[in-house]
Design a protein around this ligand. Structure first.
Ligand code: UT7
Length: 337
């Protein structure tokens, strides 16, 4: 028996706390760092983002993931007991041990499942969905829950205006089910790649086993992101276009066959540059970066969820997920909805 994987439900969830560019500018002004709403809007397209309150357990990473998962399960008509595999994409886990996937399993009560995390930074959801598809196609998994969720705010340096303005917290999820291979509505292809040689374009020095966080390193912000934004911008435009083309070529499709393009939401200007390279109309690109900023592994599933729920994405349409992230990591998934 040959199998394919179909997304049958999507969900998303965000923290309550809405933080505007003006709020960020005021926060940075207290440490004598200048930024303003006009600069952030013009250079990134971001107007606001949501930031978790650490003291609110409902806004922990796994809590946002659980809320997104519940929405996805409801859409799919499934219960937590139906899930046999949880793949949780995050680079900002609740705890190093146990995995955030196990925290979600505990919170949602998915007693039949096995659970694991994947860290591919902003490419996490695409990596996780591609992994679930392999388990489903091999026949091992009937129903997978794939989550992309982040609480990045504790890893931001609020004195570095080139990075802290970009990121937000949030979660997206998908229920993925086994269907017969010939089912038209299925994942059509997955393409993944990484380039560890580019690790130093985006990393967090301390907090892992080779450099623990000490009071001194904390004071030096070594537990926060170090990012070469300019270089990442260039690599991102090139690789997003490249991975879109790989997906289309593998399926013998043209860019005009694509109904919706769902790129990683890092910066509106990156998305516009990629659409231009692909000669693809911006009206058919899903975007939520203006409202949530870059939520890393959560951007693709949350943008997908919005468009599924408001009816833009319709049955039978061709949808391309396309991403890049720290690592660096890249990937695209083409699917028929
Ligand atoms: O998921 C992957 C995560 N990372 C990314 O995707 C990052 C991709 N890169 C970017 O989004 C952009 O490169 C940034 C938004 C980070 C920066 O935008 P840019 O248009 O590349 O600006 P720039 O680095 O060329 O800086 C231009 C100027 C500089 O001033 P000078 O040297 O010309 O005087 C910066 O210091 O803008 C200054 N600047 C700011 N000014 C006000 C940088 N950040 C800010 C800021 N507010 N927040």
């Amino acid at each position: 028996m040959n199998f394919a994987a179909q997304i049958t439900g999507t969900g998303s969830a965000f923290p309550q706390n809405r933080v505007t560019n003006d709020d960020i500018a005021a926060k940075l002004a207290r440490v004598d760092v200048n930024t303003d709403d006009a600069w952030i809007r013009e250079r990134t397209g971001i107007c606001e983002r949501r930031l978790s309150k650490p003291e609110d357990t409902n806004e922990h990473n796994s809590s946002l993931g659980t809320a997104a998962a519940r929405n996805a399960l409801e859409m799919a008509g499934k219960t937590p007991e139906d899930i046999d595999q949880i793949i949780y994409a995050t680079c900002s886990p609740d705890t190093l041990i146990p995995s955030t996937a196990c925290w979600l399993q505990h919170k949602i009560g998915a007693k039949q499942a096995w659970a694991m995390d994947i860290n591919a930074a902003c490419s996490g959801f695409v990596y996780a969905l591609a992994t679930a598809e392999q388990f489903i196609r091999s026949g091992q998994t009937q129903t997978a829950l794939v989550v992309g969720a982040e609480v990045l705010s504790p890893f931001l340096n609020w004195e570095d205006r080139t990075s802290c303005i970009l990121f937000g917290d949030g979660a997206g999820a998908a229920v993925v089910e086994r269907v017969p291979a010939a089912t038209p509505q299925r994942i059509l292809s997955t393409h993944l790649h990484s380039d560890g040689d580019l690790w130093n374009l985006f990393f967090i020095p301390a907090g892992g086993s080779n450099l623990t966080v000490t009071p001194e390193r904390y004071a030096q912000h070594q537990h926060t992101m170090k990012m070469n934004g300019k270089e990442i911008f260039k690599v991102a435009v090139r690789t997003l276009a490249d991975f879109a083309k790989r997906a289309l070529k593998a399926n013998d499709l043209e860019i005009t066959d694509l109904d919706w393009f769902v790129p990683h939401q890092a910066n509106r200007r990156i998305i516009e540059a990629v659409a231009k390279r692909l000669a693809y109309p911006l009206e058919k690109v899903l975007m939520n970066v203006e409202r949530y900023g870059n939520t890393s592994a959560a951007t693709v599933p949350s943008a997908l969820d919005e468009a599924v729920r408001d009816g833009r994405i319709k049955k039978g349409q061709t949808v391309l997920l396309d991403t890049f992230g720290a690592g660096l990591t890249y990937g695209s998934i083409l699917l028929r909805w």
